[in-house]
Design a binder for this molecule. Structure first.
Ligand code: PGA
Length: 251
């Protein structure tokens, strides 16, 4: 049985105090989430310290949304994987399309970030996904394959065993447009097949592949109902505790 995961990506929202309140709201409703569904909150760096105890008490895992591509040193404004791990986070979101698009992240920087994340015991939630013009040109399989081959294929089998993949079509992020459940299933199955080429069928079968992009309580059940969809990476709807929990209840 593959792990089922619902991960929130708070992006650049909430103050630390508001974040703690949001987390408390999720914790209060967590009893409604089916057993075996893992909840993760992806918080800004400034919140890691403040949400740590509340999250641990509630059994909710914490993720950062990025980490530096260097171990330490003169990199003004950066936050290292070591710093993040020292604050109790278990995960780090890497390769989100907003990071690729607005901050110029490439496979080269992502390989460095992945290596540092593993070195410090963080599991990556590695994001892939095509843009609208790429889907329209029927290039989405090639784009996603390249994003996986150039980064995930560099992992050792042991590292790969801890990775979470998130498929997020860029055209569906924050737009209110969701991939249909069939579109999600088609590309999730493709991702699993690509992973199997490198790591074997058994390892690929164990890898959680999350869907992200305008996932909400009203569409989660249909998307999560597909065989190769193992949960979601939730942006906007993760900022409302009741919606986030309702999505997790969709399993
Ligand atoms: P969204 O964001 O749910 O607001 O579309 C998803 C994401 O970017 O992770």
């Amino acid at each position: 049985m593959r792990r089922k995961i619902v991960a929130g990506n708070w992006k650049m929202n909430t103050t630390p105090a508001e974040g703690v309140e949001l987390l408390k709201g999720v914790a209060a409703l967590k009893g409604e989430v089916p057993a075996g569904v893992e909840l993760i909150v992806g918080v800004p760096f400034t919140h890691l310290c403040c949400v740590k105890d509340e999250a641990a008490k509630a059994g909710i895992a914490v993720s950062a949304q990025n980490c530096a591509d260097h171990e330490s040193g003169a990199y003004t404004g950066e936050v290292s994987a070591r710093m993040i791990a020292s604050l109790g986070a278990k995960y780090v979101i890497l390769g989100h399309s907003e990071r690729r698009e607005y901050y110029g992240e490439t496979s080269r920087t992502l390989n460095a970030k992945m290596a540092l994340a593993y070195e410090h015991g963080l599991a990556p939630i590695y994001c892939v996904g095509e843009k609208l013009d790429e889907r329209e040109a029927n290039k989405h399989f090639d784009v996603v394959r390249a994003q996986i081959e150039e980064v995930v294929f560099n992992l050792t089998p042991e590292q790969f065993g801890k990775a979470v993949i998130a498929y997020e079509p860029v055209w569906a992020i924050g737009t209110g447009k969701t991939a249909t459940a069939e579109q999600a299933q088609e590309i999730h199955a493709f991702i699993r097949q690509v992973l199997a080429e490198k790591f074997g069928k058994e390892a690929a079968e164990q890898t959680p592949i999350l869907y992200g992009g305008s996932c909400k309580p009203s569409n989660a059940a249909e998307i999560f109902g597909k065989a190769d969809v193992d949960g979601g990476l939730i942006g906007g709807a993760s900022l409302v505790a009741a919606d986030f929990v309702a999505i997790a209840k969709a399993f």
